[in-house]
Design a protein around this ligand. Structure first.
Ligand code: G3P
Length: 201
């Protein structure tokens, strides 16, 4: 029962869409109405407001980290084990993808997944972040960087910790993240994907 409560709390934390909230606070257009129409940091950057994009990235990452951190710190006294941590990780990620507060129209999960991975283990998060940065620097596609980082993340987890329920959560996040990037994959293959920093259309 406690495990379910922790997972639901994580889902609610994940449902706070920082792209929408930050854009409203900055007086910017709703990111669901321009560019890729994705409520995420990459699309907020297309508004031209770097501070809003950075805050979106930090907020969406922080909520992923927070949910896992809370479960790790306060969970054990309520019987939260590795299965519970795995469900909390999935819960906050699902909240970002399908947020209850925003008619279930959410983002693609990159920043939140990164926050979750950092919460699980700093080295795991760092290795995944470095993978993202290297690909983003080399190719200047945010989506490609996310796709490649999401393929590597489960391997990093396996190398660090072996197979356990949390690995299944990492695999599920990667699978969902790739699924949410279907349009980006089509754009990349058609040579139509916009590069990091290009303005909104
Ligand atoms: O963070 C999501 C990113 O990987 C792609 O975003 O707006 O280009 O679809 P976007």
């Amino acid at each position: 029962m406690n495990t379910i409560l922790f997972a639901i709390a994580a889902y609610l934390i994940g449902s706070i869409s920082f792209a929408v909230v930050v854009s409203a606070l900055f007086g910017l257009a709703d990111p669901r109405t321009y560019g890729s129409k994705n409520p995420g940091a990459t699309n907020v950057l297309r508004s031209g407001n770097k501070a809003a994009a950075a805050l979106t990235l930090l907020g969406d990452g922080f909520k992923g980290w927070l949910a896992v951190w809370l479960a790790q710190k306060y969970g054990p006294q309520y019987g939260i084990d590795d299965i519970g941590i795995a469900l909390v990780a999935i819960g906050v990620f699902l909240g970002h993808l399908w947020p209850v507060f925003f008619r279930f129209v959410g983002g693609k999960g990159v920043a939140t997944a990164l926050g979750v991975l950092l919460g699980i283990n700093a080295w795991l998060g760092l290795a995944t972040l470095i993978t993202w940065l290297v690909v983003a620097y080399a190719f200047r596609y945010s989506s490609l960087a996310a796709l490649i980082a999401s393929v590597f993340a489960p391997f990093y987890y396996g190398l660090l910790f072996g197979t356990d329920p949390i690995l299944l959560a990492v695999l599920a996040m990667s699978g969902l993240l790739i699924y949410r990037h279907r349009q980006n994959i089509a754009n990349l293959m058609a040579g139509k994907e916009s590069r990091i920093g290009s303005k909104k259309k």
